[in-house]
Design a protein. Structure first.
Length: 531
């Protein structure tokens, strides 16, 4: 950060990349684990500028939204920084989305251009064929394009845009300018697009690890998809600190240690399911004989000290969400594995409260909703795209409401208690129970249903459905699961299905009593696992 409290345009990632392209042009910036491709600072900067010029030739300009549906690769950053030079917003879309969820993100984001990997063109074609997208005018295809019957929509190869001839009049993003639109899991309704300023990106990449972690010689490793902020943090940190970042589209247990050894990775993050998978492998005498040193573990496990000793690493944890920029962090001195840490020190100046439903602070030790704000402008979300009411509700009374229940102790440690929203954490994804239920309700034999999370064997949660069948229906559990699998991303497919005559509801509002279902779900699943 500059000498003042407030970061400048020169400290935003696109400008930092341009500066590194001049100062250290041949240093490696991005490495694709799957292909081995290495891209230097100069190459990434120049290629992103060329793409900006090419995209401008398609009519993309300031304020436009461009959806990208690509695996995690160097093109993720060529496009992100290229769009930033036009003042346009990227809308990253999961490569696992299809059908209704894909249509919702593309329509809700008002994207006029969609950049899609060639093997996924059919998914976009299916949505277009149903006439669900009114704004999309151009589909840009990465790789060899095959005619998928895109009708009147213009199809352009991405390679045709890589040599844009007029890089003039490109902008340098300011902290207040929007970097992208990241869609939430839609826990209380359809997924919402979070407006992420470049200042928030800066505040996030500078807070992932404790100060002094990202020193010369470190190599960052991010095996996460690019449609989450967590997927982009490692290349962002690499540009911030002048370090190479290795990316892989998704976590692979079989490739994990090979990647670490091949590229000399030192610094990474792991979600609980990944920790369980790595720890469950048979011990080896050389488990600690790797280059890996620093692990952000989220959340911490009770046996994290065993993980540290076995693999020769140090571990920290934090709390973050799409709308924030890491308000809580443990540092390397973890003193209670159950805690998410303390208020992040230094910029961007986080202030936290735990409040009751009336936004009054709760008494020390009591559970309340975590709300937060910062002293540095543009370091948290700028609201939800096209949803002024949702924005006002989330930011009411001058605080951002996380929707998560916490408690704090006398030493300033914060403890996550439960999700106040109906979100299910599965395979590193926040799954919307609303989205799962909507897919199930499309089945003609389903009258009503409710989805909850139940403890999973590998950490996090599995999805359990409670379903009320149409009278006389012989619908089976396997048929319900198959129905969802055909229509939704893999991480949304339930593991358990239980049929009920009716769902428990409140008397006044007729809302489903999901707390009662969670109690029932946990006990029933324990019985099933014991059989």
């Amino acid at each position: 950060m500059s000498g003042t409290e407030y970061p400048t345009s020169a400290e935003m990632l696109p400008a930092l990349l341009a500066a590194r392209a001049t100062a250290t042009p041949d240093d490696i910036c991005v490495v694709e684990a799957e292909t081995g491709l290495r891209v230097t600072n100069r190459e990434l900067h120049e290629q992103s500028v060329a793409l900006a010029a090419g995209l401008r030739g398609l009519g993309v300009g300031a304020g436009d939204t461009v959806a990208t549906m690509l695996p995690h690769s160097a093109d993720t950053y060529r496009l992100w920084f290229g769009l930033s030079r036009l003042g346009a917003l990227e809308v990253p879309v999961s490569t696992r989305f299809r059908g209704r969820m894909l249509a919702h993100l593309l329509e809700d984001s008002r994207a006029t251009v969609v950049v899609v990997d060639a093997p996924l063109v059919g998914l976009v074609a299916d949505v277009l064929a149903r006439g669900e997208l009114s704004e999309v005018k151009t589909v840009v295809v990465r790789g060899r394009a095959v005619d998928q019957g895109l009708g009147g929509v213009s199809v352009v190869p991405l390679d045709d845009l890589r040599s844009g001839a007029d890089p003039s009049a490109l902008v340098e993003p300011r902290p207040r300018d929007l970097s992208m639109v990241l869609y939430t899991s839609g826990t209380t309704g359809p997924s919402k697009g979070v407006l992420v300023p470049w200042g928030q990106v800066h505040a996030t990449v500078t807070g992932v690890f404790p100060e002094g972690t990202c020193t010369p010689g470190k190599v960052l490793y991010g095996p996460f998809p690019p449609n989450h902020i967590g997927g982009r943090l490692f290349v962002g940190m690499g540009i911030q600190y002048g370090l190479p970042a290795v990316v892989r589209d998704t976590f692979s247990a079989s490739a994990y240690w090979t990647d670490v050894a091949t590229y000399g990775c030192t610094t990474t993050a792991l979600v609980s399911a990944m920790v369980t998978i790595l720890a469950s492998a048979p011990p080896r005498d050389d488990d600690a004989d790797t280059t890996l040193q620093d692990v952000l573990m989220n959340p911490l496990t009770a046996d994290h000290r065993d993980f540290e000793e076995r693999f020769g690493v140090r571990v920290c944890t934090d709390f973050n969400m799409t709308e924030t920029s890491i308000p809580l962090h443990s540092g390397w001195a973890v003193d209670d594995w159950r805690s998410c840490g303390r208020v992040r020190p230094g910029p961007p100046g986080y202030e936290l409260r735990l409040v009751d439903p009336e936004d009054h602070p709760v008494a020390p030790g009591e559970v309340g909703e975590l709300v937060c704000r910062t002293s540095v402008p543009w370091t948290m979300n700028a609201g939800y795209l096209g949803r002024p009411e949702a924005t006002a509700l989330a930011w009411r009374n001058g605080w951002f409401h996380t929707g998560d229940a916490f408690r704090a102790d006398a030493e300033g440690r914060y403890y996550f208690v439960d999700r106040m929203k109906d979100s299910i954490r599965r395979r590193g994804e926040n799954v919307s129970s609303f989205e799962v239920e909507r897919e199930v309700l499309d089945h003609p034999d389903v009258v009503e249903c409710a989805a909850i999370g139940v403890p999973a064997e590998l950490g996090e949660e599995d999805i359990k459905l409670f379903v009320v069948r149409r009278p006389g229906s012989a619908l089976t559990e396997d048929e319900v699961i198959a129905h969802v699998r055909e229509r939704a991303a893999g991480f949304m497919v339930p593991r358990y299905v239980e049929f009920l005559d009716e769902l428990p509801r409140t008397e006044a509002t007729r809302k489903v009593r999901k707390g009662e279902l969670r109690d029932r779900g946990a006990s029933r699943d324990e019985q099933e696992e014991g059989r």
